[in-house]
Design a protein around this ligand. Structure first.
Ligand SMILES: [Zn+2]
Length: 222
């Protein structure tokens, strides 16, 4: 299964990625993580990445594609991958398709965890963090009015600056603006699995599994 996972901040991507890794025994490839890994490894690619990062510049698409190509050829990615954080533009999606084509592979499905803007804002703006252990809690507005302590260590809970409502709304809008053309791109390829991300974690997981199983069954005849 070669998968791409899309979801706004607060859509539940992290949780669902964990289930996909377990179910399909394929690695999640988060581009931010592999950039840091390449940089640490000191490879030729890593040296190039370091140059861009040190100058505070974006890593160009061609280099990102080379890095992903290298990562996909590692043994753990032989049976598939879950790409997270890439592509972010249609140009990147086209470059990714071309590169996979050269490897004789292709994107099987693009999972889009669809959650309304208001629900995303509600979820993220009621997220609290323990000052001691960093555990993350989500409360309803009622629960947050009389904020409890961390259940593990009794630490004080606080809201990260990133999770304040006005910042959250901006992060979500940036995601929605950038991702909309990609949703159209993969939709035109009939690869988009539009998942209702507002169901419970278990329901979302079940829906993803059901759709991917249907794809696998249908793969022989397509
Ligand atoms: Zn704690």
């Amino acid at each position: 299964m070669n998968l791409i996972l899309f979801g706004a901040p607060g859509a539940g991507k992290g949780t669902q990625t964990g289930s996909l890794i377990e179910t399909y025994h394929i690695p999640a490839i988060a581009t931010g993580d592999i950039l840091r890994a390449q940089r640490r490894a000191g490879s030729a690619l890593g040296e190039q990445v370091k140059g861009y990062m040190d100058r505070g510049e974006l890593v160009p698409d061609t280099l990102m594609i080379d890095i992903i190509r290298t990562r996909l050829q590692e043994p753990d990615a032989r049976n598939g991958f879950i790409l997270d954080g890439f592509p972010r533009t249609v140009a990147q999606a086209e470059a990714l398709d071309a590169m996979l084509d050269q490897l004789g592979r292709r994107v099987d499905a693009v999972i889009y965890l669809r959650v309304s803007r208001q629900v995303l804002i509600d979820r993220l703006s009621h997220r609290y963090c323990c000052r001691t252990c960093g555990a993350v809690y989500t409360f309803t507005p009622q629960q947050a009015r009389d904020l409890p302590r961390c259940t593990t260590d009794g630490g004080e809970l606080y809201q990260r600056p990133d999770d304040r409502p006005e910042i959250v709304a901006h992060r979500i809008d940036v995601f929605l603006t950038h991702t909309a053309p990609l949703i159209d791109y993969y939709s035109a390829q009939h690869k988009l699995e539009n998942i209702d991300g507002q169901m419970s974690v278990d329901e979302v997981r079940a829906d993803i599994t059901r759709r991917l199983s249907a794809l696998r069954k249908g793969a022989g005849s397509r």
